[in-house]
Design a protein around this ligand. Structure first.
Ligand code: ACM
Length: 536
């Protein structure tokens, strides 16, 4: 009943019973995996597991000649042995051991009567190297504690990339020492839009991470073998930065941090000083994030202001561009050069395919699969994240009791059916360019960690199987595994969406009511979907 489903699992007779006298023996190269497991187990055995030598009655973690993320786990009356190809593999083995314990053990309190692991032999390794989730902390800020908790939940599901969407029109969430106004001004907004009807909640919202917070998040994730990829979105989705530094924009009139959402008209101007500003921002970002990949967004950049601005047109002509609209690709190329010179790889949304790109650039195709096919054939590494398959902010059912929706209905079954390699690409050599996939938790309409729980789970568990487990789907099997897994999420305190019953969260006053009449409801849904087609 392990989620995501392991490659091979053979149940055996018997069990291993453990308590606080059980010893934990680990290869010195795996000290951090042992520390994590000791901390987890100590909280449920009521005492610290002692270090020990490999032998009967012991949990042993070692290394074996396997791929880095692969592991073997054997449990029997004599003990448990985990062998990882590297520290990441050993960590995934430890996560599997965690799931073999009773679900109540996830409460992190010695509340059960007996801790035992069923005898089993598991051989396991991930299908893809990039198993990600985007978390949008720009639209609604999440506290550092909430982000750390989310990282733990990703680790339970053996995901290994947290794409942290740090800046957008509605908020700038990372301290930049050189430009304190980015957070003094850019991290706060007057109020927030609550649905597609444009209603506003009338209350302020904000917050940001200090550089120490960021270091802590990156290190915490690293100990869980999760790489944090920052996103500093540009040249669109930059209204919060322009509100803090009007010299970055195209207008003479001041802007406020965005209170509504959609595809905003306010984009960066193309002055050299603006490029330098963002390079200075990225200098600090690169110091904080060791990830080889840095996302600069590049999505949903409206060109209206450039086309209306004599300065932008002059600049485009100076740069030899035929049209001011080409400034978007020019921006991306400038940052590609900048990142390449610093040994990093640019990642961007599929819109950046409009320009000429360096082959090392990684593409995140989100508008369906088309971008994935184009990018892979052009020789780019691709992380698929089609909105109609894995955008976890999209509502989970058509019911009127779902939270104010964003996008089309995307059920648990829809996510489970997601295939990271688009069908059109599957038979081509370019399919190997798909290095993995990531789901996305955008938060225009999710204003709390509880809301993230509701939208992300249990669909994130289904997503995890699509990137970890071998190809092919077994919905009945997944449902059975999920039933066991939901008990774990219950014990952790995850307020996931249940199939029935009232919502466990509904914190925001003024969420627009939904029509009771089914026909009116359908009409509202298609209007919202229409908006989506136009805007996202
Ligand atoms: C996106 O959803 N605009 C990447």
């Amino acid at each position: 009943m392990i989620v995501p489903k392991p490659v091979r699992l053979e149940a055996r007779p018997g069990e291993f019973v453990l308590d606080h006298t059980t010893a934990l023996a680990a290869d010195p190269a795996l000290a951090s995996v042992a520390a994590w497991l000791r901390s987890e187990l100590s909280q449920v055995t009521g005492g610290e597991l002692a270090p020990g030598e490999p032998g009967p009655g012991t949990i042993t973690i070692g290394l074996a000649d396997l791929p880095a993320e692969a592991y073997r786990l054997t449990a029997g009356p004599d003990g448990v042995r985990i062998d990882g190809g590297g520290p990441a593999g050993a960590f995934y083995g430890a996560q599997t051991l965690r799931q073999l314990l009773p679900a109540w053990s996830y409460r992190k309190a010695p509340v059960g009567d007996r801790l035992s692991v069923p005898a089993v032999r598991i051989e396991d390794e991930p299908r893809f190297g990039w198993r990600g989730c985007l978390l949008d902390v720009a639209r609604h800020f999440m506290t550092k504690a909430d982000v750390l908790r989310f990282i733990d939940l990703m680790a339970v599901h053996k995901l290994n990339v947290l794409h942290l969407h740090l800046t957008d029109d509605q908020g700038w969430r990372i301290e930049i020492r050189r430009y304190p106004r980015l957070t003094e001004v850019g991290a706060w907004r007057r109020e927030s839009q609550t649905g597609w009807d444009g209603a506003m909640d009338g209350r302020p919202h904000g917050g940001y991470y200090t550089q120490d917070d960021i270091r802590e998040i990156v290190a915490y994730a690293g100990r869980r073998h999760i790489m944090v990829v920052p996103e500093i979105d540009l040249p669109g989705h930059t209204q919060a930065a322009i509100a803090a530094h009007p010299e970055l924009g195209n207008l003479d009139t001041p802007l406020e941090v965005g209170t509504t959402w959609g595809i905003g008209v306010n984009v960066l101007n193309a002055e050299e000083s603006t490029v330098e500003f963002f390079q200075n921002v990225l200098d600090e970002v690169l110091d904080l994030f060791p990830s080889p990949y840095i996302c600069v967004g590049g999505d949903e950049c409206r060109k209206d202001q450039w086309r209306a601005s004599p300065a932008a047109q002059r600049r485009a002509a100076e740069l030899g561009l035929d049209d001011a609209g080409e400034l978007q690709s020019w921006f991306i190329n400038r940052f590609e050069e900048y990142l390449t010179a610093r040994g990093r790889r640019l990642m961007g949304w599929d819109e950046i395919l409009e320009g000429r790109l360096a082959p090392e650039t990684v593409i995140a195709p989100w508008r369906g699969d088309l971008g994935a096919v184009i990018a892979a054939r052009a020789g780019h590494d691709v992380v698929t994240c089609s909105n109609v398959s894995v955008y976890l902010d999209y509502r989970q059912g058509p019911g009127a009791d779902e939270p104010a929706p964003f996008g089309t209905v995307l059920t648990l079954e829809d996510v489970y059916a997601f295939e990271p390699i688009p069908a059109e690409l599957a038979a081509e050599p370019a399919a190997t360019r798909v290095i993995g996939a990531q789901c996305a938790v955008w938060t225009e309409l999710i204003d709390s960690s509880r809301g993230v729980d509701y939208m992300a789970f249990p669909r994130l568990a289904a997503f995890a199987e699509t990137v970890w487990s071998p190809p092919g789907r077994d919905l009945a099997g997944f449902r059975a595994r999920l039933a066991a897994h939901l008990s774990r999420l219950d014990a952790i305190g995850v307020e996931y969406r249940r199939d029935t019953g009232p919502l466990p969260w509904q914190t925001r006053p003024g969420v627009p009511g939904r029509p009771e009449d089914p026909q009116e409801w359908q009409a509202t849904l298609s209007r919202w979907t229409g908006n989506l087609r136009e805007h996202r």
